[in-house]
Design a protein around this ligand. Structure first.
Ligand code: S3P
Length: 168
């Protein structure tokens, strides 16, 4: 029960906070997107383009199941990993699910110069982000056992709060 699953919308800083938890608290990390890319030998946008989103979602489910075997790991989840209830059930079996929350404005600042998120390509504006976020809101909130806000805060502060709330 000692893993941490960082969930939340694209650009909330899940990977960065996982790196910070590794540096400060000596935890191991698994970055779901990076793991899938390594295993498929393809970047996420190519997986979406050639195999489709459902195929990618199946890879996410399989990876989350495989993570059951790990311990003391911070998993930075893909932003859509909680869309399947089955995935959340699996996460809870081996760890705490922590939601990172940010406003659409913060998200836009963080994602505007990157091109590795197929769902945001051509949609990098606050209205689109707000809309997709509100469609997913119930899933994020239902999955979360702990919620941490990331707006206008530095990574050390956020990572400390995550750690404290998980292991208190
Ligand atoms: C997705 C989020 C991405 C990646 C894929 C789909 C989503 O991960 O898994 O592009 O559906 O929200 P990040 O949240 O790490 O950007």
């Amino acid at each position: 029960m000692s893993n941490i699953f960082l969930i939340g919308f694209m650009g909330t800083g899940k990977s960065t906070i996982a790196e910070t938890l590794k540096r400060k608290y000596d935890m191991q990390i698994v970055d779901m997107d990076a793991e899938i890319e390594k295993e498929q030998k393809m970047v996420i946008s190519d997986i979406f383009a050639t195999k489709g989103e459902e195929y990618f979602r199946d890879l996410e489910t399989q990876l989350i199941k495989d993570l059951q075997k790990k311990d003391n790991v911070v998993v930075s989840c893909g932003g859509g990993a909680v869309l399947r209830d089955e995935n959340v059930t699996e996460m809870r079996k081996s760890g705490k699910v922590v939601l990172l929350n940010a406003t659409p404005e913060t998200i836009l600042q963080r994602v505007k110069n990157s091109h590795n998120r197929p769902l945001l390509e051509g949609n990098k504006n606050v209205d689109f982000i707000r809309e997709l976020m509100s469609k997913r809101e119930d899933k994020y909130n239902a999955a979360a056992e702990i919620t941490v806000s990331v707006d206008n805060r530095d990574v050390d502060e956020i990572a400390d709060e995550v750690y404290r709330k998980v292991f208190k």
